[in-house]
Design a protein around this ligand. Structure first.
Ligand code: MRU
Length: 351
């Protein structure tokens, strides 16, 4: 597991590892205000759905502290806090973990005595961080169970779903990590994940640090690899899962789900309860974040394309439920028909 932590609560500040600088430079951003947290989420200094959720929870603590320091009380403090929640919520639209965390913190604030609110909310954010670590472990165990007794596994993954994307060992990466601990992994194929290279920069780093046998491929090699190398599974995370199982994840995931189906390779999504959006019935309702065209034209300020070329830059796409073999959660593996499986899962959560 990576020695690097995505985030840390330190003396009343949220300290974020700046993932935009990895793997070359290890540097941290100390956030004293909610706006600084929102800014870090926007530029992907902290990214990955579960890590974004926990960062947002701490961001709401910072918002409350600032309001109290300004001497706000009663209705004025409530309005301040709610407004800050809206601003934070807008930082990134697709990962539902962000709005989930803001919603949880907002509800808790409104049901807590004002004089206790800061300590209660701080404890809640800490508990969410700890819970995320435990969720990762449970998903890893449930996912590894699917491959019990098998060896020499070859798994293809996309984007970054490890310690850097969560507060524990990761979602999809957590399962891979557990399988590696048990000596079952022969090779992990990591998509570099254009345009921002989370696969190359972040998953690459985590695979090497964990001594997991691996090969980095560019995204357009996935079909070739599936056709020419035996592949046991494709395993990815998710940013928002609809009630019918449609799963939004990093751009390129939809393509992988089609390729996996064509090559008869099991395609797994790994995600905790905070990534499910039980309020939407299908992936059509998922808002896809569109990011800065510069991310496609250039990398680290160096242009690979004409500076003024028009660009399309959706950050996520949706793998349709029909192409998903299973959704690995902390409570077990959900399988089709997903409408029923997800309803049952929701009931078991007692939210
Ligand atoms: O844009 P990013 O880097 O935040 O996208 C991250 C992903 O798409 C991950 O696969 C997803 O959050 C699931 S991870 C734990």
């Amino acid at each position: 597991m990576s020695a690097l932590k995505s985030l840390q609560w330190d003396k009343g500040d949220l300290v974020l590892l700046d993932q935009t600088k990895l793997p070359g430079t290890i540097t941290y951003i100390r956030c004293h205000t909610m706006e600084e947290v929102a800014g870090a989420i926007r530029v992907l200094a902290v990214r990955g759905a579960p890590a974004i959720g926990v960062a947002a929870a701490y961001g709401m603590v910072l918002a409350l502290r600032e309001g109290l320091e300004k001497g706000l009380h009663g209705d004025r403090l409530s309005q301040w806090f709610d407004r800050k929640g809206e601003i934070l919520n807008d930082a990134r639209p697709t990962a539902v973990n962000l709005s989930w965390a803001v919603k949880v913190m907002t509800a808790l604030f409104h049901e807590t005595e004002e004089r206790e609110a800061l300590s209660v909310l701080t404890e809640k954010a800490r508990a969410m961080e700890e819970e995320d670590k435990n969720l990762c472990d449970a998903m890893a165990d449930n996912g590894a169970h699917l491959f019990a007794g098998r060896k020499h596994l070859r798994i293809l993954t996309h984007c970054n779903t490890g310690a850097l994307a969560t507060c524990g060992i990761g979602t999809a990466f957590g399962v891979i990590y557990r399988l590696h601990e048990r000596g079952q992994v022969e090779c992990v194929y990591a998509d570099e994940t254009r345009p921002l290279l989370q696969g190359a920069r972040l998953t690459g780093t985590e695979l090497m640090e964990s001594h997991i046998p691996c090969r980095l491929i560019s995204d357009n090699m996935a079909a070739y690899v599936m056709a020419h190398e035996h592949m046991d599974a494709v395993m990815v995370g998710a940013d928002r899962i609809a009630s019918n199982g449609d799963s939004a994840n990093k751009i390129g995931t939809y393509g992988l789900s089609i390729l996996a189906a064509y090559h008869h390779i099991p395609f797994y999504i790994v995600a905790p309860f905070s990534t499910f959006d039980f309020s939407i019935s299908s992936g059509k309702e998922i808002k896809i974040e569109e990011r800065d065209p510069e991310e496609v034209r250039s990398f680290h300020g160096v242009y690979d394309a004409p500076k003024d070329i028009p660009v399309l830059n959706p950050a996520f796409d949706v793998a349709p439920h029909e192409l998903i073999t299973g959704i690995i959660t902390e409570k077990g593996v959900l399988t089709p028909p997903y409408d029923a499986a997800i309803k049952k899962y929701e009931r078991s959560l007692q939210l």
